[in-house]
Design a protein around this ligand. Structure first.
Ligand code: ADP
Ligand code: G6P
Length: 483
């Protein structure tokens, strides 16, 4: 039976060493959370990095890791500390991530890191090649593995290969600054289908292909060597039922089933303070606009002082890539801003910002989503943003307001949210006020339309459409051969 092999840098589970024992946790981030349910349904395996380096593993631990991941239908690619330094922390997160998110000033171009990026993509290819049989499909994910499609296609030309980019694809003017631009594009074009979250990313990619490689592009098809590579947009959805059911279960839970966090949130709601809750959840990443959000909240409190003690911002920031200096800087800046604003505005009975810098279990995410009146999501640039969609899915009473940055891919399908420019503090402040005062009927009519759309375009549907389109490329190839 043919199978689909998923390949990404990060597996859906992340292994860490704590006091010489393995600690296995679900991975955070849109790719892992989104693909998890797709993988669970399928019959294939997921290949990726376990989260531990070769230096951290001895034979016994290695065996334990392999057993643990095999239970989840996963297989690992062994990476050394130097691979992680140069390929993951280095080239992926100091070059591609900032460049593709338009943070050119953060982007470094180091040829040693580029060499390791190539070498590690080859390591992934070697593991994939061990696992594929004729007729299998390989689905490669994200910016850490842009060269992988070509490496597989060169060795196994009959394998059907799909590639999906989970982050933005930048405009040609940005992409052309990348020193190894031709090689990167050739790597991606090893695929039969290349998918992006939005039409804008797709058109930027096609523009790069035309202008840099001078290839013939007709509509969304690229003529490449003796093949056609199809390019299309597939906005990723969420596992809607999972979030809806968790929220429904949550509303019916007895007092003794409640989490510690939920009890505190309840205390807050029942304290009679009438303070409304504004929520934000992100990985601690400079693309997410965290300092902007805090400054905009400060601007709001100054401009509309009548809301002091009547509103609270709850910020959950999940530690991410904390070995990269820009992320450390962001953490310091966030700590400082939260401290300053709480120091300036707090009263005996009110702290304006509750700030958590940690990962939380799924149940606590649901506690937060269901207890918040407003979600304030303000990325400077974001490929999609699944948190926005998850918030909407948990609003089973159809109340609540989503404020969303127009720089998030999700904004393209979420017009009923209140869309803001994350750099315009005055606009954010006015929108927060508007959201706080929005009549229930308007909240419901907005959320209802959003929910209908999200339900229809769930992550299952997204995967199904991508794989259907990928499968159609096989038929396209058959026609070309017959001609
Ligand atoms: P990104 O992919 O850039 O991290 P997204 O908003 O698309 O941004 O995806 C983030 C994903 O990570 C969401 O599915 C969200 O539920 C999950 N997530 C965020 N914070 C946590 C957390 N503390 N614990 C578990 N999962 C989290
Ligand atoms: C984003 C990226 C993913 C990545 C995730 C978490 O969602 O698109 O590829 O896995 O962030 O980041 P990390 O560096 O921890 O894998």
């Amino acid at each position: 039976m043919n199978k689909t092999i998923i390949v990404s840098n990060r597996l859906p589970l992340q292994v860490k060493l704590e006091d010489d024992n393995l600690n296995i946790k679900p991975s955070v981030g849109g790719l892992a959370t989104g693909m998890k349910s797709v993988h669970a349904e399928g019959n294939g395996i997921w290949i990726g990095w376990s989260g531990l380096t070769e230096e951290e593993l001895n034979e016994n631990l290695s065996e334990q890791v392999n057993k643990a991941v095999a239970k989840e239908k996963c297989a690992t690619v062994p990476l050394t500390q130097s691979d992680i330094d140069n390929y993951y922390l280095g080239f992926s997160n100091k070059t591609l991530w900032p460049l593709f998110h338009y943070f050119s000033e953060y982007t470094v171009f180091e040829s040693e890191q580029w060499e390791t990026y190539k070498k590690v993509n080859q390591k992934f290819a070697d593991v994939v090649l061990e696992h594929i049989n004729d007729g299998d499909t390989v689905w490669v994910h994200d910016y850490q593995l842009l060269l992988l499609p070509k490496l597989i296609k060169d060795k196994k030309p009959n394998t059907t290969i799909g590639f999906f980019l989970h982050i933005p694809y930048p405009s040609y003017e940005i992409f052309r600054t990348f020193p190894w631009r031709e090689e990167l594009l050739h790597g991606m074009l090893g695929s039969d289908l290349i998918g992006f979250h939005t039409y804008d990313y797709e058109r930027h990619f096609l523009s790069s292909v035309k202008r840099i490689l001078r290839l013939d592009v007709k509509f969304n098809e690229v003529s490449y060597l003796d093949r056609i590579v199809k390019v299309d947009s597939f906005p990723m959805g969420i596992d809607y039922k999972k979030f809806e059911n968790a929220a429904l279960k949550h509303t019916n839970q007895e007092d003794d089933e409640k989490s510690e966090l939920q009890r505190r949130l309840d205390d807050h709601i029942q304290s009679g303070s009438e303070a409304k809750m504004i929520l934000s959840i992100d990985r601690m990443d400079y693309t997410k606009g965290i300092p902007n959000r805090i400054r905009a909240f400060e601007y709001f409190l100054n401009k509309y002082p009548q809301f002091k003690e009547k509103v609270r911002l709850i910020m959950l920031a999940v530690p991410s890539r904390s070995d990269v200096p820009q992320y450390q800087k962001l953490k310091r800046e966030t700590d400082e801003l939260v401290g300053r604003i709480n120091g300036q505005f707090a009263t005996v009975s009110w702290t304006p910002i509750w700030y958590f810098y940690r990962s939380m279990p799924f149940e606590n995410l649901i506690d937060l989503y269901t207890s918040s009146d407003i979600a304030l999501i303000t990325p400077i640039r974001d490929g999609m943003n699944l948190v926005a969609k998850e918030y909407v899915a948990t609003r089973t009473n159809q109340d609540g307001v989503l404020i969303l940055s127009e720089m998030a891919g999700a904004s393209k399908e979420m017009n009923e949210a209140l869309l803001i420019n994350p750099n315009n503090f005055a606009e954010i402040a006015d929108t927060v006020k508007y959201a706080l005062e929005m009549p229930l009927a308007e909240q419901k009519s907005r959320i209802e339309i959003l929910q209908k759309r999200l339900k229809r375009y769930s992550v299952e549907k997204w995967a199904e459409e991508f794989l259907k389109s990928l499968n159609n490329t096989k038929q396209l190839d058959a026609v070309i051969v017959a001609e």
